[in-house]
Each structure stands twice: as structure tokens, then as C-alpha cells.
Design a protein around this ligand. Structure first.
Ligand code: UDP
Length: 327
């Protein structure tokens, strides 16, 4: 079976990707430092612990598994933290990724799938966000991801590294089989925080700002189910295998939901009240991030099947209530 090196395979999206890769006939080799990931989420292939900045360790792993491609999820990814500690984001995300990319090239592993983000676009008034939209990130998280995109382009010109870059919109939901799900400590994302508040696992959710220029004053995001998102990565690998060249794809559904709409839908799915309070804006948040692209559908043949708000919240809720959620 073909080995694929999956950085961050012990994390939320990475663990779902490993399941999808295994189902598609690949062997996902997880490389993770377990700072934000969980070893018990590594269920679908071998595990190698290590730091992305440790070139010798990376060389060892490339030599051992001879992966056909890298799927690179590992990153720090919280907007609030990125505003408070930008240096950590630049060091971990950019230097870590650069070291990984150099190790891949040195090992002759020239197919690379990269998790970028819609946060690279930043604030745009009434602009449809497609892959050609100018990137003006508002925070060090988005800026670090944009920098890695630039590194990938430069390494293609110099060494022939081929990349599929996915710009994720907001990922939510969990594996419907309950094998893996979302679990961050600390948690900062809207859907899991809200489900924790519903469940009494934490105090009320704080809504970060109700004075945005949106119909109900709260921020709008484009939510995509984690299972649909990782399916795109399998298609991305096939794209590279077919030698179709480097390409950037937005991964979003094109439908935007406000924080209030997500709260209302969660209340309806769980049949419970969502305890929430109104707080100030969170620094670094954009008003609205919604994908305006169908490139992934048209060119990759990506068909999201679970990305309604209702399915995402229902799957996340089932995971929250399962014993596996507790760690
Ligand atoms: N949000 C919120 N309260 C929270 C966490 C998030 O109101 O406790 C809002 C946040 O301002 C944003 C949306 O929910 O508009 C999604 O935030 P999240 O952190 O889940 O993802 P991001 O958009 O930062 O990638």
C-alpha cells in the first residue's frame, strides 16, 4: 500500500483524514508532536512522534516510510492566540512547514497537499471570495498560512514540488461512525463550545460581537463538514497522482451562517437552550468569510454530502455525548 505522510494526523481534521485515506487504500503515517493532538486519535496507520522543526527526525521518517506524498495539517490555528502570540505562529507554522517542505524535497517526495485557510483572504467588502481574491490576512494565523503558500510556489519553481493547496472555510462536525471527532484543549471553536455550554460542561457561550455589518450583527462563516473536507484531500492526492499540476482550491459550501443562526440551529438539533451572553468583538475576526468558488466541485469532482448546518451539528452532538469525547 502507498504510504502518505500526514502531519497533524492526531488532530481533529488530520484524524478524520487518516480514516478517509485508509478507506481509499492508502497507509496514513501520522507525524505529530501531540501538543494539540491526541495519540488515541491515531487509529488508521503508524504513528511517529516528532517536531516539524526537527529536520533529522523528519529525514528519518521519510527514509523509513518512503511516502508518495505529504498531507500537511499540523499547525497552530487559533485566531485569538495568533493575535496574542504572533511569534509562536510564525515560528511553528512557517519554520515548521519550511523544514518539512525541505525534507520532502530532499527525500524526493514531490507531491504535497497543504491545509491553508480562508483567513488568508482577510476583510473584503462585498467581494465573492474565490481563489483569485487578493489575500490580506488580519492575523498571524492567516499570514503564516499565506507565507507557506508562497514557499510552496517558490519550491515548485526551484525543485518541481507539486502542491494542492486547500483554503478551508469553517470546519465542523464529526465522523458519523463515532471513531474520531473534535476535541481541543483549550477549545476555542464555536460549535464545540456551544455544545459544551448546552451540555453544562462549561459556562455560557460568549458571542463575540453583535455590532458587525451583517443582518443580525454577528459574524458570518461558511461551515463545511469535516468528512466532506477530508474527502477533498483524497481527491487532491489523486489530482497530483494524475500529474495535473499545482492548484489552489477553496473548500466551503458557499452558504454563510451567522453566529446567531448557528446558535438557533444547535438549539433545534439538540432540543435544548443554548446558554449564551454577548461579549465584545474578538480581535482578528473578519465580518464575513464565505466561499464564492465552485472550482473544487468542477475540477476535483468534490461533492459535499454532509455539509448542512443540521448534519454538522447533529454529528458533532452525537460525538459530544459519546464516551469517546471525554479525555
Ligand atoms: N465565536 C463566538 N464565540 C466563541 C467562539 C467563536 O462568537 O466562543 C465566533 C467567532 O467570532 C467567529 C465564529 O464564531 O465569528 C467562528 O469562530 P471559530 O473560532 O469557530 O472559527 P474561526 O472563524 O475563527 O476560524
Amino acid at each position: 500500500m502507498t504510504n502518505i505522510l500526514v502531519t497533524g494526523g492526531a488532530g481533529y481534521i488530520g484524524s478524520h483524514a487518516c480514516k478517509a485515506l485508509k478507506a481509499a487504500g492508502y497507509t496514513p503515517v501520522t507525524f505529530d508532536n501531540l501538543v494539540t493532538g491526541w495519540q488515541d486519535a491515531v487509529k488508521f496507520g503508524p504513528f511517529e512522534r516528532g517536531e516539524l522543526t526537527d529536520r533529522a527526525r523528519l529525514d528519518e521518517v521519510f527514509a523509513k516510510y518512503q511516502p508518495a506524498a505529504v498531507v500537511h495539517f499540523a499547525a497552530l490555528s487559533q485566531v485569538g492566540e495568533a493575535m496574542a502570540e504572533p511569534g509562536r505562529y510564525w515560528a511553528n507554522n512557517v519554520i515548521g512547514s519550511l523544514t518539512l517542505i525541505e525534507a520532502a524535497v530532499a527525500a524526493g517526495c514531490l507531491d504535497f497537499v497543504f491545509s491553508s485557510t480562508c483567513a488568508t483572504y482577510g476583510e473584503h467588502d462585498n467581494v465573492v471570495l474565490d481563489e483569485n481574491t487578493a489575500q490580506y490576512p488580519l492575523n498571524a494565523y492567516g499570514a503564516s498560512k499565506r507565507a507557506i503558500e508562497d514557499i510552496l510556489h517558490d519550491f515548485e519553481a526551484a525543485y518541481g514540488l507539486r502542491s494542492v493547496i486547500f483554503r478551508y472555510f469553517n470546519v465542523a462536525g464529526a465522523d458519523p461512525d463515532g471513531e474520531v471527532g473534535e476535541f481541543h484543549r483549550p477549545e476555542t471553536h464555536l460549535v464545540p463550545l456551544m455544545l459544551d455550554a448546552i451540555d453544562g460542561k462549561r459556562d455560557a457561550l460568549t458571542v463575540f460581537g453583535t455590532d458587525y455589518d451583517t443582518p443580525d450583527g454577528t459574524c458570518i462563516r461558511d461551515y463545511v463538514h469535516v468528512c466532506d473536507l477530508v474527502d477533498a484531500h483524497v481527491l487532491g492526492l489523486k489530482w497530483l497522482e494524475a500529474d495535473k499540476g499545482s492548484r489552489v482550491f477553496n473548500l466551503g459550501t458557499g452558504s454563510g451562517f451567522s453566529v446567531r443562526e448557528v446558535i438557533d440551529q444547535s438549539s433545534s438539533v439538540t432540543n435544548r437552550e443554548v446558554p449564551f451572553t454577548i461579549g465584545p468583538r474578538r480581535a482578528g475576526d473578519c465580518t464575513k468569510l464565505v466561499s464564492g468558488s465552485v472550482r473544487a466541485e468542477q475540477e476535483l469532482g468534490w461533492t459535499p454530502t454532509r455539509s448542512t448546518l443540521k448534519s454538522m451539528i447533529a454529528d458533532a452532538w452525537r460525538w459530544h455525548q459519546s464516551g469517546s469525547y471525554e479525555r
